[in-house]
Design a protein around this ligand. Sequence first.
Ligand SMILES: *[C@@H]1O[C@H](CO)[C@@H](O)[C@H](O)[C@H]1NC(C)=O
Ligand SMILES: *[C@@H]1O[C@H](CO)[C@@H](O)[C@H](O)[C@H]1NC(C)=O
Length: 463
Amino acid sequence: MEFFWCLVFSAQLARAFSPVQLEDNELRHMQVDVQLSLYHVNNIDSSQTSTSLLSFSDMFVKDEERVRAIHSRLTDKVGTRSRHSSATSHGGGRSKPVSLPVKSGLSIGSGNYFVKIGLGTPARYFSMLIDTGSSLSWLQCQPCTSYCHVQVEPIFNSSTSKTYQTLPCSSSQCSSLKDATLNDPSCETKSGSCMYRATYGDSSFSIGYLSQDILTLTPSQTLAKFVYGCGQNNEGLFGLTAGILGLAHDKLSMIAQLSPKYGYAFSYCLPTSFSAVNSSKEGFLSIGSSSLAKSSFKFTPMVKNPKIPSLYLLDLTTIKVGRKPLKVATSSYKVPTIIDSGTVITRLPRSLYEALRKAFVKIMSKKYKQAPGVSILDTCFHGSVKSMLTVPGIQMIFRGGADLTLNAHNTLLEIQRGITCLTIAGHDGQNAISIIGNFQQQTFTVAYDVSNSKIGFAPGGCQ
Ligand SMILES: *[C@@H]1O[C@H](CO)[C@@H](O)[C@H](O)[C@H]1NC(C)=O
Ligand SMILES: *[C@@H]1O[C@H](CO)[C@@H](O)[C@H](O)[C@H]1NC(C)=O
């Protein structure tokens, strides 16, 4: 009893003396620490980890498709999306279908880092890709009426969960699907159940029942009535994971659904992915306002773009190579700049990229002989990553001074034995964009403070 009063008293004291009045729920947010371990899909199955040239070129094909899909959302006229009803198209500018060897097991088109979460009563645990470019979360569900791909854990059987429910077509969540998936929901006539259709830039998709059930983040942190898709037809390279957790800025995203309980914020650290030395590295996904308190972030404002309201944008203001700013007009930077967990290679508008490439090659070519390009990477050198000791640093600076100061592990990839390439590429297209890819985000803690509309970076979050 005394303990209880003591708590009430100190909460009142905190309120009386704190310069910013804290609401009850904000006090609660700060105390809760929800952190999940995060891994690269290369680690999900050791038989899938061959990093041959073939799988890198698959990866770049998928990466291009994702970039093309994001780009088409941005250039598409608002309001015309619903007419593109093909399951393989995410917006206008239908991307041409490509066939990929499914054996590569890599899922790049929809993000390539995963966490484990629990679903249902009793909770079953699943490996799920995290994706800042997706809003709706979904996973494969029995009875898989059309198709389910191979996944590491047994497929979720919703009829074994005591708390599972499908949502009706009349529900508000069903109406939110249009914004979340860019596809209209459909209604199963006999049951009145709401059906979602999630489509990705490549030919991947998931179709199934809009559902709700208990989400278990950690044994003590759960969310009742978590809304997600129970996928009956799922095709694509999802890298043996069960599905996707949507982290985008949208009502239906997992982050938005968790926000009343933990605060509207999250942070992650993506571990280095393709280093042969130790591929079982671990990063984290941290949820809620408490995730902002962990590191000393430097923040930059989030930018809103009405054509892609669910994506996270920021303002890139300067790029330095070897501490010197690129010799370009400031207007070169003024294009929509998206930070994305699912794009691997950073894309820059062609003119900006050419300036960066020139500055980088000027320094590198003093020590290392240039080599022919590979796929989208056109700046390559003879030598292993390990042997390259004098690599110029690349710094990306955002409005307000937040920066990503990139070292060799963020800028170079040994694409085949003895050939190492710069992991930044130029992007052509009439409406220029920049995308900050996940290779450049590796090892930084990246914070998304959605309530306060800012994005932060702190170095040294994971290995
Ligand atoms: C799912 O669970 C139900 C109830 O236990 C069972 O009858 C059904 O056979 C299961 N389905 C599959 C595909 O395992
Ligand atoms: C690889 O990294 C993991 C996680 O950081 C660690 O537990 C393991 O011991 C490392 N293995 C080697 C061979 O260094």
